[in-house]
Ligand binder design. Structure first.
Ligand code: F6P
Length: 521
């Protein structure tokens, strides 16, 4: 447990960073022969180019020294060994165990995978049918946060790998319109609900599960038939059984898997129902290969470590307020939303592991949308705005469909030219048309979008977040702030429902509630 600001590397980096802040500094001037070789690293089909950064050999040496001084290797070993590194909840952090090869799997993981395999095969073949014996056509995943974002992102990303047996839908928002719009065209007899909730008491999921059940019963089915069209993934078996589910319909979750790291567990059931168990296992295998890379590769060639150190560099030494993630792939449309939870729930902390207030910055705002669309909205601010925002570009080298390869080349060309434009700018005497450049970015190129490579990509980000948590000496695995919102909303809903003024609410909130009541009446 080290205060990063007290390390020698931090002090050296503070002095070292000054050279990049001088008005005459030119990022493009760092380019000398061999720079790409020095500042790029790869694993499997992933190649990370980090040469367009404020980085010299000395910077990179100091950043890796920082990781060493902060005890990163020991922390990695502790996580993989199952030590209870989620200190505030006294839990191990073992999502990596979910993607271990069969021979190294925990018995409960093998058992869960076997149950998923049998279930997916039965749904696809029609052996598992709805209450009146109809083949399942639509699957509605009801969950939120990690029980929604991961599966929704992966199902969307792997659309071309879908077996076509079922259509997937994701309902998360407690706004009833979300689920109602999904249900409107569906037939209750051919619809399967997957209730994904580790706790089985998350407000949104609970409300949506009840709404789904009411809809199912209103279609003429009985309470006894609920078990034919509903399954759940949870660690709260009692609550799930009270809802009407039986052992057969329940898939396990464990306290050593955090919500935002759970798509690898049975929470990924919707992924498997969409693209089949073989593809789901490929996703796990790809993540496992990134785990091995992360565990065993020296820091200067370790993709998640490099990426995390660059984030620390800009957040702590250049006060970057946010960073943009721009996948040049429509298939990765939901990646920024998924990563927002992973990053901001993990790294949005202002006390260290010992509970002391921090005097250095931690998690930044992460945002982005797919390119090229972003180029026609927020890229103007990246190029000419006053904010300093590092960018991470991601692109797949091979198109999904060879027939459209020329059009696909336009996508890649835009990705490459944006990072070039950010770095070089376009110096002009007219201040309005002048584009200053000097904006750093990374480019992650991946050979092709497959379940295996997608697994590696997600694990890359998970480990990047882990490294940042270690450097900042924070617990990246709890989320007490989220809990506060959950508790407060329970109090407010009571006042909304029964209209009784509560002196526990502030005047602003009370007046808003009064206004709501007035308009409704
Ligand atoms: O958003 C907060 C959170 O606690 C996440 O960590 C989690 O992914 C989500 O709620 C859903 O929790 P559950 O799976 O228990 O319904």
């Amino acid at each position: 447990m080290v205060n990063p600001t007290q390390t020698l590397a931090w002090q050296s980096l503070t002095a070292h960073s000054q050279q990049f802040k001088k008005p005459e500094f030119l990022l493009s001037s760092l380019f000398q022969e061999g720079r790409f070789k020095e500042f790029s690293a790869s694993h499997g089909d992933l190649l990370l180019d980090f040469s367009k950064h404020y980085l010299t050999s000395e910077t990179f040496r100091l950043l890796t020294q920082l990781a060493e001084e902060c005890g990163l290797q020991e922390a990695i070993d502790a996580m993989f060994a199952g030590e209870k590194i989620n200190y505030t909840e006294n839990r191990a952090v073992l999502h990596t165990a979910l993607r271990a090869p069969a021979a190294d799997q925990l018995p409960e993981v093998s058992e869960a995978l076997a149950k998923m395999t049998a279930f997916v095969a039965d749904v696809h073949s029609g052996k598992w049918s709805g209450a009146h014996g109809s083949k399942i056509r639509d699957v509605v995943n009801i969950g939120i946060g990690g029980s929604d974002l991961g599966p929704a992102f992966v199902v969307d990303a792997l659309a071309t790998f879908a077996t076509g047996d079922v259509n997937l839908h994701f309902a998360s928002n407690v706004d009833p319109s979300h689920l109602k719009d999904i249900l409107a065209p569906l037939d209750a007899s051919t619809t399967l609900f997957v209730i994904a909730s580790k706790s089985f008491n998350t407000l949104e999921t609970h409300q949506n599960a009840l709404l789904a059940k009411r809809w199912f019963l209103a279609a003429g089915f009985t309470e006894d038939e609920v078990a034919s069209n509903f399954v759940a993934i949870t660690s709260n078996l009692d609550a799930a059984k009270k809802f009407g589910l039986t052992e057969q319909n329940l898939f396990p979750m464990w306290d050593w898997v955090g919500g935002r790291y759970s798509l690898w567990s049975a929470i990924g059931l919707s992924i498997a129902l969409s693209c089949g168990m073989d593809n789901f296992k490929q996703l796990l295998a790809g993540a496992n290969s990134m785990d091995e890379h992360f565990k065993h590769t020296d820091f200067s060639h370790n993709l998640p470590v490099i990426s995390a150190l660059l984030s620390v560099w800009y957040i702590n030494f250049f006060d970057a307020p946010s960073s943009a993630l721009v996948p040049y792939s429509q298939r990765l449309n939901l990646l920024p939303a998924f990563l927002q939870q992973l990053y901001m729930e993990s790294l949005g902390k202002s006390v260290n592991v010992q509970g002391q207030s921090l005097d250095y910055r931690t998690g930044e705002t992460l945002w982005g949308t797919p390119g090229t669309n972003g180029q026609h909205s927020y890229f103007q601010l990246l190029h000419q705005g006053t904010e300093f925002i590092p960018v991470e570009f991601i692109a797949f080298i091979k198109p999904e469909n060879l027939e459209s390869s020329t059009q696909y080349n336009h996508l890649l060309a835009n990705c490459l030219s944006q990072s070039m434009a950010l770095m070089n700018g376009d110096p002009q005497s007219n201040p309005h048309t002048n584009v200053a450049g000097n904006k750093p970015s990374s480019t992650l190129l991946i050979d092709v979008l497959t379940p295996y490579n997608l697994g590696s990509l997600i694990a890359y980000f998970e480990h990047k977040v882990f490294v940042q948590g270690v450097i900042w000496n924070i617990n990246a695995f709890d989320q007490w702030g989220v809990q506060l919102g959950k508790n407060l909303s329970e109090k407010v809903v009571k006042v909304l429902e029964d209209g009784n003024a509560s002196n526990q609410l502030d005047e602003s909130t009370m007046q808003l509630i009064n206004h709501i009541h007035k308009v409704r009446n």
